[in-house]
Design a protein. Structure first.
Length: 134
C-alpha cells in the first residue's frame, strides 16, 4: 500500500523552542537587544537570514530593526553654514591644515569658537543651546 504523505518533503528538525507563558503572545525586545542583533547582522561575512533564524525572528523583522537603529543613531538636524572669504595674510601664501586652530560660528547675536579637538556631540549640544529660545 502507498504512504499517504509524500516522502520528498524536507524534514525540519526543531533544535529548541521558546515557551511563552501568560497572556503575552509576542516577545518584547529592548532597544539594546535589537541593536546587538543588528550589529551582529552587520558584521563582515554575516548573513542576515542566519542571524535572524538564530535569534528566532523573521528576516524582515531584522531589516526593520536595522532601519530603526539607523534612524535612532542618525543626526537629527543640520545647521546652516555660511562661508565668508577673508583676505589671506601676505606672509603665508598657504595655510597648512595643522595650523588651523578651529572654526567660528555666529548664530544670531552669539558667537561660537570651536577648537580642533572638540567632540561632535559637544558641538551639537552647544549649537542647540544657542538656537534655543531664551
Amino acid at each position: 500500500m502507498m504512504d499517504r504523505y509524500p516522502t520528498n518533503l524536507p524534514i525540519i528538525e526543531q533544535t529548541r523552542a521558546e515557551v511563552l507563558s501568560g497572556p503575552e503572545r509576542r516577545r518584547r525586545w529592548t532597544f539594546e537587544q535589537k541593536a546587538r542583533v543588528v550589529a551582529e547582522s552587520l558584521a563582515p561575512g554575516a548573513v542576515a537570514s542566519d542571524v535572524a533564524r538564530r535569534h528566532g525572528i523573521h528576516p524582515n523583522q531584522l531589516y526593520g530593526w536595522r532601519r530603526e537603529v539607523r534612524a535612532a543613531t542618525a543626526p537629527t538636524e543640520f545647521v546652516a553654514v555660511t562661508v565668508a572669504a577673508e583676505p589671506m595674510a601676505t606672509a603665508s601664501p598657504l595655510i597648512r591644515p595643522d595650523a588651523v586652530s578651529g572654526i567660528e560660528l555666529r548664530i544670531g547675536d552669539a558667537e561660537l569658537r570651536i577648537g580642533r579637538d572638540v567632540e561632535p556631540g559637544a558641538i551639537m549640544a552647544a549649537i542647540r543651546a544657542l538656537k534655543a529660545p531664551s
